[in-house]
Design a protein around this ligand. Structure first.
Ligand code: PLP
Length: 433
């Protein structure tokens, strides 16, 4: 006699459970492979559940500055969580928000005078646009036009999408986006064209000119020179146009200076920050503006108020973590690491310069990018992207090519040995193409 066997259903794995209930960002859920479960982070290394490790060469979507699970940041977060996790930010304030605003204003370009908190890069851009439009509205000189650069990326909410370069990503929403005029990005060879069109488009009915200074991230790590942006800013200013510097990606040392704006003589009126703001630990956005913009909202008339806010505005946990990250960022050790990584990138750039599969090598500080030259047009949907992503992932390197653009954006704690390993894998990829 044998006992009846009960059918045993194997417990589902975490990726399978994920697939049942989660919808991932920028992911075609029908064809995407199951996501990789990460159980721990340590410096530039991500540890997967099966013991595999990955070198995080894109700083986990451009947010991480000092490495994963940094003890100093974790400590500040825990302390703050035991003290005050959150409080309404209308009618109330708290130490971390005030101190962070004070300290941000000391490291930002001089003209920035006030700090407005929100939750992420897209909201930081939304707030900047609303400040710009309402600035003109409050002064009874309504201006409606916005100028942006082609291939710009400013986020995924509607206002941010509207000022981004129009692409396949925004196509379903095109009818709902407000009109924006675009200038070609002033890359080498295109400068005169951009300046000529700027002279036409910058008129006295333009409210704002928004740019990612010096490096257009999502557009494909497109880089251009400070002198050109200074010239564009001067032309815009002649017409009183408000200048918005979206430093969501370029801020906090990525370009070799604390902000890309520090390469410029002309300074923006509004700045957008997020991503590296908290060292990549918590979601937080900041929009800063000049005194003149702030003053345009001061009135006995309540209708001149900036009616904008989010439930988690100036979340104390996020602000504390941003302060901890700023301590680390300003430390000599980190500033030296930024210079070390920049120099390391320059050497690697020389090494690959002659490779037949490499073109358009470009660098600004800790950002290094080049095109994979496989005789196809640059496009996100280019299959070379999937091949390169998988090839490097299989070798323990997390990079996420933008179409055929391969780039490195390592956390500042990444060692030369780790970079050398990454370089070997990139060489192997290049030689396999
Ligand atoms: C990522 C990014 C944004 C959007 O930030 P989110 O936090 O993803 O909303 C805006 N501007 C630039 C330049 C960015 O790189």
């Amino acid at each position: 006699m044998s006992l009846p066997t009960t059918p045993v259903s194997l417990p589902e794995s975490l990726p399978e459970r994920d697939h049942t209930v989660v919808w991932h960002p920028f992911t075609q859920m029908q064809t995407a492979p199951l996501p990789i479960p990460i159980v721990r982070g340590d410096g530039s290394v991500l540890h997967a559940a099966d013991g595999t490790t990955y070198l995080d060469m894109i700083s986990s979507w451009w947010v991480n500055l000092h490495g994963h699970a940094h003890p100093a940041i974790a400590r500040r977060l825990a302390e703050q969580a035991h003290t005050l996790e959150h409080v309404i930010f209308a009618g109330f304030t708290h130490q971390p928000a005030v101190e962070l605003a004070e300290r941000l204003l000391t490291i930002l370009p001089d003209k920035q005078a006030k700090v407005f908190y929100s939750d992420n890069g897209s909201t930081a851009v939304e707030v900047a646009l609303k400040m710009a439009f309402q600035y003109w509205y409050n002064r009874n000189q309504p201006r409606r036009k916005v100028i942006a650069l082609t291939d710009a990326y400013h986020g995924d909410t509607f206002g941010a999408m509207a000022v981004g370069g129009r692409s396949a990503f925004s196509a379903p929403f095109a009818p709902f986006l407000f009109d924006v005029d675009y200038l070609p990005t002033p890359v080498a060879g295109q400068e005169e064209e951009t300046l000529a069109l700027a002279r036409q488009l910058f008129t006295s009915d333009v409210a704002a000119f928004i740019v990612e200074p010096l490096v257009q991230g999502s557009g494909g790590m497109i880089m251009y020179e400070p002198a050109l942006l200074d010239e564009l800013f001067r032309l815009a200013r002649e017409q009183g146009i408000l200048l918005i510097a979206d430093e969501v990606m370029t801020g906090f040392g990525r370009t070799g200076k604390l902000f890309a704006s520090h390469y410029l003589t002309e300074k923006a009126d509004l700045m957008c920050l997020s991503k590296g703001l908290t060292g990549g630990t918590m979601a937080l956005g900041v929009t800063t503006c000049t005194q003149a913009i702030y003053d345009a909202f001061l009135s006995d008339d309540r209708m001149k108020t900036l009616f904008h806010g989010h439930s988690f505005t100036a979340n104390p946990l996020a602000c504390s973590v941003a302060l901890a990250s700023m301590d680390l960022l300003l430390a000599d050790e980190t500033q030296q690491a930024i210079q070390r990584i920049s120099a390391n990138h320059s050497r690697f750039a020389e090494t690959i310069a002659g490779h037949p599969r490499v073109s358009s090598i470009r660098q600004r500080g800790t950002l290094l990018a080049f095109d994979l030259n496989v005789g196809e047009q640059t496009s996100y949907f280019n299959h070379i992207r999937d091949h390169a992503y998988q090839f490097l992932l299989d070798r323990g390197v997390l990079m996420r090519p933008l179409g055929n653009v391969l780039y490195l954006m390592p956390p500042y704690c990444t060692t030369d040995e780790q970079l050398a390993y990454v370089h070997e894998q990139i060489m192997a990829l290049l030689n396999s193409l």
